[in-house]
Design a protein around this ligand. Structure first.
Ligand code: AGP
Length: 612
C-alpha cells in the first residue's frame, strides 16, 4: 500500500526521498511523487508508473532543498494519474501532504470546503487534508501545529501523513491513526517513513509513533503530542536489524534471497524458543496456568498468514486437547463468531499492520479475550495491541510474495503446539523431546530442497506456460496446496487453485486434461493419508492429467504415476508442510521467471495491506 517518507537535514532532500521510496517499492504502488521546500516555495514532481519515471522527471527538472516529503501511491480513490498522485496541496500552495490510509468522510469534508471556496484538483480522499489545514489557518488557528490538530480531529478513517508547511521551514510534521508511521533519528538529520527498511541505512534509532499522536520533526529534535495536545515524551529505540538485511545481497531478487534465508531463520527460531534444558520458552506474556484452563483458540489472519494459521489449527488440534478454529480476518470481523472471553485469539501477520487482522484483534479485546500475536515486525500496531507476541524474527521481508515469514510462522506454531501440549500433559516429556528432536531436522531438510533448486527450475520451466494449474494436498498439507497455488498466482499470474485432494471428485476433476498441471503433495506419512493421496493421483492419471508430485526422497513408485517429481527429504508427518512448501515457493519462482513477471513487485499487489 502507499508509502510515506520525509526528510529534514542538510543534505539535498530529493535523492534521500527517492532512495527511501525505492526501499518502499515493495509495498506496492502505481505512481509516486515528492515535494521539496525550495527558496520559500513548496515544489513538487509526480509521475505515474515506476519510480524510474519520477527520477527521469527529476533529472529534467531537479528540485533543490533540504526538507521534503515523498510518496508511493497505491490507488484507492481515483485512477493512477499524475493529478491523483501525492503530495497534494492547499489552494494557496502553503501546505503539502502525503497520506497512507483512507479518509472515510472525505466526500462531506470536500463539499463543506468547496462551499468555502476551496478548489479541488484530484479525485483523492487525501486532498481534503491540506485544504482543511489551510481553512483552519484562515479561521485563526494559532500555529501550523494547532491547524494540524484541528484538521486531523475532523477526519474519520485511517491515516499516516507527512506534512510540509511553506511558512514553517524548520519542521516536517507527521501523524498517524490506524496506518503505520515511524520517525528515524539520524546524525543531524531526521526522517519519517512508513517502515524502518525505508531509512535503515541512515538512522541510528527509531521512534514508533502511536495512534493519535502528532510529531513536529526538526533537524535536531522531535516533539510529539496527542490529538488533544498533551505532550508525549519521545521514546527512541534501537533498530534490531542491519541495513544489509534490507538489501538483495547478490541474489537476483529479494524473493530468491528470502527463500534462501529460511534454513538459517528456522534454526535461529529453534535456538531462540528452546532453552538450554530443552524446554520451550514462549516468554512471560501468558502464564502456563492460562493455557491449562484454555479450551478454545481462534486464529485470524489473511493470505499466506492465513494458510500458516490453517497449519497451526491442524497441528494444535492434533497435539493438544483444545478446539482450534482458523478464520480469514476479513470474514471474521463481519460474521458473528460467538467468542467468549475464555477464547485465546491468535492473529498471524508478517507486517503487523494488515487492516482486517488488526480489526479482529480490536474486536477480540472488546470481547475480553487474550490476544497472542505471531508477528514479524517490532513496533507494529499488532505487536503493540496484543497481550503477548511470538516474534518470527525473519528480518525485513521485502518480496511481496511471503516466503520466509510463512515457514517461520509454521515453526512458531509447531513450538507453540508442543509448549501447550507440555503444559497440559497431553504428551509426556519424552514424547515432546522426540518431537523437538525431529523438528530440529527441518532446517536441514529445507536447506536440501533449496540445494535442489536447479531440478525444480527445470520442472517449473517445463510446465509454466498453460493458463491454469491445480494444487492438491490432504491433512497437514492441504494448507500447503493452498499456499503453493497462492504463490504461483501472485508472482507468475497463472491462475492456480489449491484443493483438498479428497474434494477432487466433487468438482475439480472436470478440469483434468493432458495440459493442466496438477501439483500433488504426496510425501510419505505414517497414517493412511499417503495411500489416499496416491488414489487421488491415480484418478488424475486415469484422465491423462499432467501430474507433478512433491514426494519423499526415495519414493521410486510415484515416478510411475507422474510426469515429474520434486523430491524432498523425509521429516515427521506434522512437519512436512514446512519443507514441502519451500519446493512450491521455488516452483512458483521459476515459473514466474520463465513468464517474465516482476517477481518482487507483482502487479496490483501491496506488501502491507493497511486498508480494508
Ligand atoms: C503473501 O504472499 C501475500 N502477499 C499476502 O497474502 C499476505 O500474506 C497477506 O496480505 C497478509 O499479510 P501480513 O502477513 O502482513 O498480515
Amino acid at each position: 500500500m502507499c508509502g510515506v517518507v520525509g526528510y529534514i537535514g542538510s543534505k539535498s532532500a530529493a535523492p534521500v526521498l527517492i532512495d527511501g521510496l525505492r526501499r518502499l517499492e515493495y509495498r506496492g504502488y502505481d505512481s509516486a511523487g515528492i515535494a521539496v521546500l525550495s527558496e520559500g516555495r513548496i515544489l513538487s514532481r509526480k509521475e505515474t508508473g515506476r519510480l524510474a519515471n519520477l527520477e527521469k522527471v527529476l533529472t529534467d527538472a531537479p528540485l533543490q532543498g533540504t526538507r521534503g516529503i515523498g510518496h508511493t501511491r497505491w490507488a484507492t480513490h481515483g485512477a493512477p494519474s499524475q493529478v491523483n498522485s501525492h503530495p497534494h496541496f492547499s489552494s494557496d500552495e502553503a501546505v503539502a501532504v502525503v497520506h497512507n490510509g483512507i479518509i472515510e468522510n472525505y466526500a462531506e469534508l470536500r463539499d463543506e470546503l468547496t462551499g468555502k471556496g476551496h478548489h479541488f484538483l484530484s479525485e483523492t480522499d487525501t486532498e481534503v487534508i491540506p485544504h482543511l489545514i489551510e481553512q483552519e489557518l484562515k479561521e485563526g488557528a494559532a500555529s501550523p501545529l494547532a491547524a494540524v490538530l484541528h484538521a486531523l480531529k475532523r477526519l474519520r478513517g485511517a491515516y499516516a501523513v507527512g506534512i510540509l508547511f511553506r511558512d514553517e521551514p524548520d519542521a516536517v510534521y507527521c501523524a498517524r491513526l490506524g496506518s503505520p508511521l515511524i520517525i528515524g533519528l539520524g546524525d543531524g538529520e531526521n526522517f519519517i517513513a512508513s517502515d524502518v527498511p525505508a531509512i535503515i541505512n541512515r538512522i541510528s534509532s527509531v521512534i514508533y509513533l502511536n495512534d493519535g499522536e502528532i510529531a513536529r520533526v526538526r533537524q535536531d529534535r522531535v516533539e510529539i503530542c496527542t490529538l488533544e495536545g498533551a505532550t508525549v515524551e519521545p521514546d527512541p529505540q534501537a533498530v534490531s536489524f542491519h541495513s544489509e538485511d534490507a538489501e538483495c545481497a547478490g541474489f537476483e531478487t529479494f524473493m530468491l534471497k528470502e527463500i534462501h534465508e529460511q534454513p538459517r531463520i528456522l534454526r535461529a527460531l529453534l535456538g531462540q524458543y528452546i532453552s538450554a534444558d530443552g524446554s520451550i520458552d514462549i516468554g512471560p506474556g501468558l502464564k502456563p496456568d492460562y493455557f491449562r484452563k484454555l479450551n478454545r483458540i481462534m486464529i485470524v489472519a489473511c493470505g499466506t498468514a492465513y494458510h500458516a494459521g490453517m497449519y497451526g489449527k491442524l497441528l494444535m488440534e492434533n497435539l493438544t486437547g483444545i478446539a482450534v478454529e482458523t478464520d480469514l480476518a476479513s470474514e471474521f470481523r463481519y460474521r458473528d463468531p460467538k467468542i467468549d472471553p475464555g477464547t485465546l485469539v491468535i492473529p498471524v501477520s508478517q507486517s503487523g499492520e494488515t487492516a482486517d487482522t488488526l480489526a479482529s484483534i480490536r474486536m477480540a479485546k472488546d470481547w475480553g479475550c487474550r490476544v497472542l500475536a505471531i508477528c514479524n515486525v517490532e513496533g507494529s500496531s499488532m505487536v503493540r495491541e496484543s497481550d503477548a507476541v511470538l516474534f518470527t524474527n525473519c528480518g525485513p521481508e521485502i518480496g511481496v510474495a511471503s516466503t520466509k515469514a510463512y515457514t517461520a510462522q509454521q515453526m512458531i506454531f509447531a513450538l507453540l503446539a508442543l509448549y501447550i501440549t507440555g503444559i497440559r500433559n497431553d504428551l509426556t516429556p519424552e514424547q515432546i523431546k522426540g518431537y523437538l528432536s525431529e523438528l530440529h531436522e527441518v532446517p536441514d531438510a529445507v536447506h536440501y530442497v533449496i540445494q535442489n533448486k536447479e531440478t525444480i527450475r527445470k520442472i517449473a520451466e517445463k510446465h509454466h506456460d498453460g493458463p491454469s494449474s491445480l494444487y492438491m494436498g490432504r491433512k497437514f498439507n492441504y494448507p500447503t496446496a493452498l499456499e503453493g497455488a497462492l504463490k504461483n498466482k501472485e508472482i507468475s499470474y497463472q491462475h492456480a487453485e489449491g484443493y483438498a485432494a479428497g474434494e477432487m471428485k466433487h468438482g475439480p476433476i472436470a478440469l483434468i486434461n493432458e495440459s493442466l498441471p496438477v501439483i500433488c503433495i504426496c510425501t510419505k506419512t505414517s497414517d493412511e493419508v499417503y495411500e489416499k493421496m496416491l488414489s487421488n493421483i491415480k484418478e488424475v492419471e486415469a484422465r491423462n492429467g499432467r501430474i507433478i508430485a512433491v514426494a519423499t526422497e526415495g519414493d521410486i513408485e510415484i515416478r510411475k504415476l507422474t510426469q515429474d517429481v520434486l523430491y524432498v527429504p523425509e521429516v515427521r508427518d506434522e512437519f512436512t508442510p514446512i519443507v514441502n512448501v519451500v519446493a512450491l515457493q521455488l516452483m512458483a519462482y521459476y515459473a514466474a521467471r520463465a513468464r517474465g513477471t516482476d517477481i518482487d513487485k507483482p502487479r496490483n499487489l501491496a506488501k502491507s495491506v493497511t486498508v480494508e
